[in-house]
Design a protein around this ligand. Structure first.
Ligand SMILES: [Cu+2]
Length: 44
C-alpha cells in the first residue's frame, strides 16, 4: 500500500527504524521472516 497516497497500516509515532509489512500483500511466517510487501521505514 506504500505509495498509494493513503496511510499505511501503521502510524509511526516516534522517530526510529520500524519494520513494517503490508497487511494486504505480505505474509508473516512463524519463523519471523516476511515475504511480499515488507521492509523497514526510518522515521525522523
Ligand atoms: Cu500493499
Amino acid at each position: 500500500m506504500i505509495g498509494s497516497g493513503r496511510a499505511t497500516a501503521f502510524t509511526f509515532r516516534r522517530a526510529g527504524l520500524y519494520r513494517y509489512y503490508c497487511v494486504y500483500h505480505a505474509t508473516l511466517h512463524p519463523d519471523g521472516t516476511c515475504s511480499g510487501m515488507c521492509g523497514t521505514v526510518r522515521v525522523r
